[in-house]
Design a protein around this ligand. Structure first.
Ligand code: REL
Length: 868
């Protein structure tokens, strides 16, 4: 029994905080219910809403966002809340919002012991939302949303909005708000604690033609009216950081209000990795001469000084360092000394203009592309600067701090990509990102101590809605995510945006369309991608998509009409458009093959190509003109058909087809050849009575990695299936990832696969991995492989680190490593895969038992028969 009320209160608070830290921005744990109760707080009840009290001394951003809450309450309840300025104006029930130290009312509540200031004092971006009985004379109950700082309070407000059913995507994807007439807040302290990653943001990039066309049509450009929506979106997802649009755009110049508004909202501004000292690339006009510190330092110094002057006191992470003009490497070769000197100069500028010790201005230096090589070769980075480590632009992290690295004051960040312009090919049209890979790579980063900055390149924002929210949610607390709960994320996201009714089905569609699209970026697809002759591959891919189309359409038919715009944008369009594109290329492939074979049906396929190409444009047109009454015009205008090199074509180009002449009788002139058929399954006369595990057939055994016969873990690591992370099924890896390489021994963690061979002699094992990059010092990430009691061969995932090999592995989204083995006897064997390094994600294994029997295909042969 609690002896003192205050002790009881603290214990209860800790308990409740413990409970609610289980959540993230998509918060499946609701603290809003529709039932009144004496213990609850009536936010909306019996046709009345609680009034809202914000102290006028609080941040203007808080006052602004409180208005958003009022609008949100109105959207939900059709009732206007009364905004009051003084306690004396309050009635029985009032929502009190404010920042500790800034709001007199919150300070008073803390002083009176009605809220616990210790929960907030000195905390980063934390809020507590709780019911306080009789907070002041004459007030029965208050719902107090208190923040430790500006963003803390703002997150608290938006958290309540999300609880009453307003999605962060209400504007950006027209997610409707469900009407409710009773809204009651449950007792307890509702909080998300402090974020685990300090700065969490997005980079609007490669934003033409889609976002640019839209922004100009709807707002007249990338001005503060446009950014108002961006800032709000970021904050609703509990992000705090932005690199603004920069393709010919100048955040600070295009509209001086941009920076003012960002500051008001509490958005921490940055500029992209190659735009130092807050100056947009586009601000460097021709008249300034060469972008070259060796020959034009004075102009550069003045340019940068002006940037820091303009920044003033606005919260900013200043990009430092320098690349060549236009995001190119510097021409000086390995410019370590030069870069160190540049950074020294830049830091002097920052200190001089801000009149503050340099470490009081947050700075980051991105180890992007060649800059990382300089770092690896010894370039020094001041300790207070955040080292922004990068992926390879394709979602594979290139570098992480060594596990035994000395801690650095500035810590580490990651710059990640969901969109890219560059080689081997642009990918910017549609969402191709699997949250499972994002989780796997960012979890790896977090486990290596990367927690200062997480920023992701999101292209045009749309259509990356889903992975963006995942990224920011995960950044808030990576520890809440694991391989086992990623599937729930799909469902929770579907619930948040489409209600409960079809959440499971929508989640499934979302999960599968991203999986299929991740097999190969649409921009890289062509008629040669999937085999139309082997393993029925192309057909199977199309069937996968067709099933999705059917499912997605069925949901659409049943969905309430107010969800349809959102559903089209977030689910139906990517499914229809991706399925159509795949069908287009398969039809092209068939046209080519049938022409070669002289089959009349080649002509039908030529027609089909035409109509599918046209359908692509019709889908785009529908998105632009019909969805939400044309609100999203331009948004899907990115070209995506007809690439011939890494750069996009100016317009979509229909794949080339041929037709063949048909004789008078309507027959082909050339005799018809049958298309090669897939070989049949296990020959009937095989004796399988002693067979165990996967059985050889047609000269190979194909195994989905997650279907192991045995997984041997160690005390330090555990084999972990990452469901859905695989081109054909799932991935498997060891977790945690912050472990040193494991030496192979009898007890080694390994996967065992029982297999049965009819043949013997030389065989080849191809292991299919996600294209993980060697992110640490040393020659590569390794695994061991052996049959039975054979001595394991050590294989290196990164043995070939050539540009060509990298390009191939990211384009194919797979890395295939092949080892040779000698099998002395036919019969049962055990294939063993030993863990050595973390972060290898094994997807599939193909054992070729007869040379040349594994036929060409993109996904590898389908899984072989398994005898249990
Ligand atoms: O994706 C990247 O990080 C870079 O290619 C871009 O940051 C780069 O700024 C590009 O858009 C153009 O200038």
């Amino acid at each position: 029994m609690c002896l003192k009320i205050k002790t009881c209160y603290i214990i209860l608070s800790l308990f409740l905080i413990g409970l609610s830290t289980k959540s993230y921005a998509i918060n499946p744990e609701k603290y809003i219910v529709n039932q009144a109760s004496a213990k609850n707080f009536p936010l909306v009840s019996k046709g009345k809403t609680a009034s809202i009290l914000v102290s006028s001394t609080d941040f203007s951003g808080v006052l602004k966002v409180a208005e958003h809450l009022e609008n949100d309450i109105f959207k939900v309840s059709d009732l206007h809340s009364k905004r009051i300025k003084n306690i004396s104006d309050a009635e029985d029930f009032v929502v009190i919002i404010g920042t500790l130290g800034k709001s007199e009312i919150i300070n008073q509540l803390a002083k009176d012991g009605k809220i616990d200031a210790n929960q907030l004092q000195g905390k980063w971006e934390k809020f507590t939302t709780q019911i306080v009985e009789n907070p002041f004379k004459g007030i029965k109950k208050a719902l107090v949303i208190a923040g430790s700082d500006k963003r803390g309070t703002i997150y608290g407000i938006y958290d309540l909005s999300s609880q009453i059913g307003v999605s962060p995507w209400y504007f950006w994807a027209d997610v409707p708000v469900k009407k409710q007439s009773e809204l009651h807040v449950l007792p307890g302290i509702h909080s998300q604690g402090e974020p685990k990653v300090k700065y969490r943001g997005i980079f609007i990039n490669d934003e033409a033609p889609a976002l640019t066309g839209w922004a100009f049509e709807k707002f007249g450009g990338f001005n503060s009216k446009f950014y108002d929506n961006v800032f709000e979106l970021i904050l609703r997802m509990k992000g705090n950081y932005l690199w603004p649009a920069m393709w010919g755009r100048m955040f600070y110049v295009d509209d001086p209000q941009n920076a003012v508004l960002a500051d008001e909202y509490g958005i921490v501004m940055g500029t992209s990795h190659h735009e130092p000292l807050t100056r947009a690339h586009a601000e460097w006009g021709k008249e300034k001469g060469k972008w070259d510190f060796n020959t034009n330092s004075e102009t550069l110094i003045n340019f940068w000084k002006d940037g820091i002057k303009r920044m003033g006191n606005k919260e900013t992470i200043v990009t430092i360092g320098m690349r060549g003009d236009g995001d190119e490497p510097m021409t000086q070769g390995t410019a370590i000394g030069l870069l160190e000197n540049i950074v020294k100069t830049q830091r002097n500028i920052i200190a001089e203009i801000t009149q503050k010790p340099i470490e009081q201005t947050p700075q980051m230096w991105a180890l992007y592309k060649e800059v990382q090589d300089y770092y690896d070769k010894g370039m020094t980075v001041p300790d207070d600067v955040t080292l922004l480590l990068c992926d390879d632009n394709w979602g594979n992290i290139r570098k992480l701090p060594e596990l035994n690295a000395k801690p650095r004051k500035g810590g580490y960040g990651i710059y990640y990509h969901y969109d890219y312009v560059g080689g081997p090919r642009n990918y910017k049209w549609i969402n191709t990102n699997q949250i499972e890979r994002t989780w796997e790579q960012m979890d790896l980063a977090y486990q290596h101590g990367v927690d200062k900055i997480w920023i992701v390149n999101v292209g045009d924002i749309k259509p990356m809605e889903f992975p963006i929210e995942f990224f920011l949610d995960m950044a808030w607390n990576p520890e809440k995510f694991n391989a086992g709960n990623l599937q729930d994320y799909y469902v929770n996201w579907a619930k948040e945006n489409f209600g409960n009714q079809f959440a499971g089905e929508i989640a499934e569609v979302l999960k599968l369309y991203t999986k299929y699209n991740a097999r190969r970026k649409p921009e890289l697809l062509d008629e040669k991608t999937y085999s139309i002759t082997n393993y029925n591959e192309a057909e199977r891919v199309l069937v996968d998509y067709q099933k999705l189309v059917k499912k997605a359409n069925l949901i659409n038919e049943k969905l309430k009409s107010d969800y349809k715009d959102a559903y089209y944008q977030l689910i139906l369009f990517p499914v229809l458009a991706s399925a159509n594109l795949n069908e287009l290329y398969v039809a092209t492939a068939k046209n080519h093959l049938y022409v070669e074979q002289g089959r009349v049906s080649a002509n039908d396929y030529a027609e089909k190509v035409k109509s599918l190409f046209e359908k692509d444009s019709l889908l785009t047109n529908y998105f632009h003109t019909k969805v939400a009454n044309g609100k999203w015009n331009h948004m899907m205008s990115q070209t995506h058909i007809g690439y011939t090199n890494w750069q996009q074509p100016d317009k979509n180009v229909i794949p080339k087809t041929k037709t063949i002449e048909v004789s008078n009788k309507g027959e082909a002139k050339i005799s018809v050849k049958d298309s090669p058929k897939e070989e049949t399954s296990i020959k009937k006369n095989r004796d399988l009575s002693h067979a165990r595990g996967f059985v050889e057939d047609n000269g190979y055994i194909s195994i989905e990695a997650k279907n192991y016969s045995k997984a041997i873990n160690s005390d330090a690591v555990k084999w972990t299936v990452i469901p859905n992370l695989g081109k054909t099924d799932s991935g498997i890896t060891i977790k945690p990832s912050n472990v040193q390489p494991i030496e192979i021994s009898e007890q080694s963690p390994r996967l065992e696969y029982n297999v049965h061979f009819f043949s013997k002699g030389k065989i080849k094992v191809s292991a299919y991995f996600s294209p993980t990059i060697n992110f640490k010092m040393g020659d590569g990430l390794k695994y061991g492989i052996a049959f039975d009691s054979e001595k394991p061969q050590i294989m290196n995932l990164n043995a070939d680190s050539s540009e060509k090999n990298w390009a191939q592995s990211v384009a194919n989204n797979i890395k295939i490593i092949t080892s040779d083995h000698q099998i002395e006897n036919s019969g049962n064997h055990v294939l063993k895969i030993y863990a050595i390094d973390p972060a290898l994600v094994l997807q599939k294994i193909v054992i070729e038992t007869e040379e040349g029997k594994v036929l060409e295909s993109y996904l590898g042969p389908p899984e072989s028969f398994r005898k249990n």
